[in-house]
Design a protein around this ligand. Structure first.
Ligand SMILES: Cc1cc2nc3c(=O)[nH]c(=O)nc-3n(C[C@H](O)[C@H](O)[C@H](O)COP(=O)(O)O)c2cc1C
Length: 150
């Protein structure tokens, strides 16, 4: 199993959530550790069999600047993740914006166009409601871990 947890983040919230997921998962599964990467290139993660994406929203429900290159690479590739078996998507956003968590919907659409579908409805964490978004992200991961890791 090649398991990456990646983040699209500007101010660090999504980044911290990705790190929390990996920290807890790696403690429980030291034999098959996950790697955390922030706004990686597609080349760096193309061998993924398991992928979790934690992504914030900016602009009008768009990706953080640092995440655009990866989103474009995925969009342009015929088969961006030839070995991918399981995907989970976690959005971090604010309900103060009309385009609440727009980026995670955008990303789900990009994956869907490649016939890649997450194992669960994408999480939409609201930083207005949730004081510990990293805990909410870990909880969502744990809720779907059995199916994601099977
Ligand atoms: C300029 C700006 C634009 C934002 N636009 C949106 C948005 O369209 N939708 C949304 O859900 N959240 C939006 N947010 C809220 C961020 O997604 C939220 O603060 C998130 O926690 C940032 O994650 P990060 O710390 O990983 O960068 C915006 C925040 C800023 C500062």
């Amino acid at each position: 199993m090649t398991f990456y947890v990646i983040s699209g983040s500007t101010l660090g919230t999504a980044e911290a959530a990705a790190e929390s997921i990996v920290e807890e998962y790696n403690q429980q599964h030291p034999e098959t550790p996950a790697k955390v990467l922030h706004s990686p290139s597609l080349e760096a993660i193309a061998d993924a069999t398991r992928l979790v994406v934690v992504c914030a929203s900016y602009g009008a429900g768009e990706f953080p600047d640092s995440f655009y290159p990866l989103a474009q690479q995925i969009e342009k590739a015929d088969k961006p993740f030839p070995q991918l078996e399981k995907l989970l998507l976690i959005g971090v956003g604010s309900s103060d914006y009309d385009t609440f968590n727009g980026a995670i919907d955008l990303l789900a659409n990009i994956f869907a166009a490649k016939d890649i579908h997450p194992v669960a409805t994408p999480a939409k964490i609201d930083i207005v409601e949730t004081f510990e978004p990293d805990v909410a992200a870990v909880d969502y991961f744990n809720l779907h871990a059995d199916e994601f890791l099977a």
